[in-house]
Design a protein around this ligand. Structure first.
Ligand code: AMP
Ligand code: ZN
Length: 461
């Protein structure tokens, strides 16, 4: 496979250090909220990479972590008045549900940050012992000056990085660019005992510790969104290389482009997000997956109603072609992936090319008249779809999508809200009422219980 490597800024032939065990680490979500469709883009791109690698190499270990300790989680718990564990459990489950709905593989390893505190503490200790980190006021900080290669991935000028960090420098930092490996926790915050007092890890070191624990000190591929290049990935490299005697941390780095809305990056902090959870209620999951793969992974992708509509229409046409071939029996699971599709994937995951090839196969299928030709085209179409995990359902199931499922989902939310009220979990009950209101569903109390109604579009404006 030829894949772009952010480290060298070139498309390179990817070969694992040990062809018998290729390793891939992808930074996973911080579970304090539902993920948005931008996050889903990154996870979908790396799902495609993992699937493709698994066909190229006999053993691929794919790890995607869950960050379940973070100040944003603490803040979310405080705001909604529930324990931290309740926030992480809820959004971890929601994340898994979203990933499954979008047709993503469960990674081989799903490490949780809180299950790796011992490894994190040990790593901090090694970094202090080797002069790459120091303890100060209950914190452990990485000394950026101790690692001259700092900035190699994002190709930032060290001076520039320091200038950016110079505003509001914490008094316990030796250099403005030094970053936190460990920080103190007061009694109100989650914490673990450590040589530096009771505390909790910083975000960056979690990934370094989890990657080393499950994949080894040098990994083949590391992935994440473009926005994580600096500082997160730069810091992962610094921590891991310095803790492991200078060994290369990741041999190949891949970054997916941002999903934008109206030209701006979709992000929780800007508030311009569409939650996958909500989109799944309105759009067939496979159309979301198709839309996310419609652009090349390194380019920005503009999210829009038009993109969704186009994806639904295209899948309607492709499933329509398959429906017209219903009389031809083909074993979908055994249909090979056409070589041209594999070649496009090997060319730095060229999904626009793959989708164009799929359209071409479908067009040929529609023209085919004799039985063996129709069978061959159908097998090709099913095999091609499998490469992206699309077109794998029965055409009838695709066309039967719609109101029925959504009504059942709304009713189950209404029931869940009633149960939450009974348990006096008013935060959850209100959250569900708000979510339904956002979808244009109103709740009415009647003597028979709660009834739900769809408000007309005029009323929603
Ligand atoms: P976060 O929860 O912000 O750490 O994001 C989880 C993953 O989603 C990371 O790999 C991010 O790079 C990625 N991500 C965040 N926002 C976007 C976006 N707008 N488009 C694509 N990927 C994103
Ligand atoms: Zn990470």
């Amino acid at each position: 496979m030829r894949l772009y490597n952010t480290l060298t800024r070139r498309v390179e032939t990817f070969t694992p250090a040990d062809p018998a065990r290729a390793t891939l680490y992808v930074c996973g979500p911080t579970v304090y909220n539902y993920i948005h469709i931008g996050n889903a883009r990154t996870f979908t791109v790396f799902d495609l990479l993992a699937r493709t690698l698994k066909r190229r190499f006999p053993d691929v270990v794919y790890a995607r972590n869950i960050t379940d300790i973070d100040d944003k989680i603490n803040a979310a718990a405080r705001e909604s008045g529930v324990p931290i564990g309740a926030v992480t459990a809820r959004f971890d489950a929601a994340f898994s549900g979203d990933m499954q709905a979008l047709g993503l593989l469960t990674p081989d390893v799903v490490p949780y940050a809180t299950a790796h505190i011992a490894q994190i503490v040990a790593m901090c200790g090694r970094l202090i012992a080797s002069g790459h980190a120091y303890a100060a006021e209950g914190h452990v900080l990485f000394s950026v000056a101790s690692f001259p290669a700092y900035g190699q991935l994002s190709r930032r000028d060290p001076e520039e990085m320091l200038a950016g960090a110079r505003i509001d420098v914490a008094p316990y930092k030796r250099d403005a660019g030094d970053f936190v490996l460990w920080k103190p926790s007061d009694a109100s915050l989650p914490g673990w005992d450590s040589p530096w007092g009771r505390g909790r890890p910083g975000w960056h070191i979690e990934c370094s510790a989890m990657a080393a624990t499950h994949l080894g000190q040098t990994i083949d591929l590391h992935g994440g969104g473009m926005d994580l290049q600096f500082p997160h990935h730069e810091n992962e490299i610094a921590q891991s290389q310095c803790a492991h005697g200078g060994k290369v941390f990741a041999r190949h780095w891949m970054h997916s482009g941002m999903l934008n809305l109206g030209g701006a990056k979709m992000s929780k902090s800007l508030g311009n997000t569409f939650r996958v959870h909500d989109l799944l209620a309105q759009v067939p999951a496979e159309a979301l997956r198709y839309a996310l793969l419609s652009g090349h992974y390194r380019q920005p992708l503009d999210w829009s109603e038009a993109l969704i509509e186009q994806s639904v229409r295209t899948l309607d046409r492709l499933y329509g072609t398959l429906r017209d071939l219903d009389d031809v029996v083909v074993d979908a699971a055994a249909a090979p992936i056409p070589q041209a599709i594999e070649d496009a994937l090997d060319d730095d995951l060229d999904t626009p090319k793959v989708l164009a090839l799929i359209a071409g196969i479908a067009a040929a299928a529609r023209k085919a008249t004799d039985h063996s030709e129709r069978a061959a085209r159908k097998a090709e179409l099913l095999g091609a779809g499998r490469a992206l995990n699309v077109l794998q359902m029965e055409p009838a199931a695709w066309f039967a999508r719609g109101a029925g499922d959504n009504d059942a989902r709304i009713q189950s939310l209404v029931d869940e809200r009633a149960a939450a009220k009974k348990n006096r979990d008013f935060v959850r009950a209100d959250a569900i009422r708000q979510q339904l209101a956002d979808e244009g569903v109103a709740l009415e109390d009647t003597p028979q219980g709660v009834r739900w109604v769809r408000k007309r579009a005029e009323q929603m404006r």
